[in-house]
Design a protein around this ligand. Structure first.
Ligand SMILES: [Zn+2]
Length: 164
């Protein structure tokens, strides 16, 4: 059968630039995902972002300095500062023995008043307090509430350090 006059002619065209770009991006993400899941580094960051896809929020919601400290655990909280020998004591000014990120975000009584909105919104979205850290990037309202809490606390502002 001649295809010359047929309206249904299959032609093998080379992939378009867009097709190639999609394939390359997909390949890069799978390599990135594989490396992300196999590394032992960035323990806190991995709690917020268990996989690469979860970290896409960072494309549209660029983290402030304070939020970057929270996401990486490279922060001004005493637990981290103590680990590197910058402070003698990892405890919190409230008396808790370890001023780490979960204590600061969810439990420290010093910030109970300014944490109220963050807690209320989180309970509304997740129905649990404290939430798993991986839940935070999944909700715009929780993310904004966490960001607002951290900013209002001023605890991670290098110019407003709490002194013991
Ligand atoms: Zn505390």
């Amino acid at each position: 059968m001649s295809t010359r006059n047929s309206p249904l002619v299959m032609v093998n065209l080379p992939p378009s630039k867009v097709d190639n770009k999609i394939k390359i991006v997909g390949l890069l993400i799978s390599v990135w995902e594989s490396e992300w899941s196999s590394t032992q580094k960035g323990e806190t960051t991995r709690k917020f972002f268990p996989n690469v896809k979860a970290a896409r929020i960072l494309i549209t919601k660029r983290p402030s300095n304070n939020i970057a400290q929270i996401l990486t655990a490279h922060c001004l909280l005493n637990a981290h500062q103590h680990k590197f020998g910058f402070v003698k004591d990892p405890s919190c000014s409230c008396g808790d023995p370890i001023e780490a990120i979960p204590h600061f975000l969810f439990f420290c009584p010093t910030y109970n008043n300014i944490r109220r909105e963050f807690k209320d919104i989180t309970l509304e979205v997740c129905n649990i307090w404290p939430p798993e850290l991986s839940k935070m990037p999944q909700s715009d309202v929780m993310w904004r509430a966490m960001k607002s809490f951290v900013a209002k606390s001023k605890r991670l502002d290098p110019n407003v350090q709490l002194r013991k």
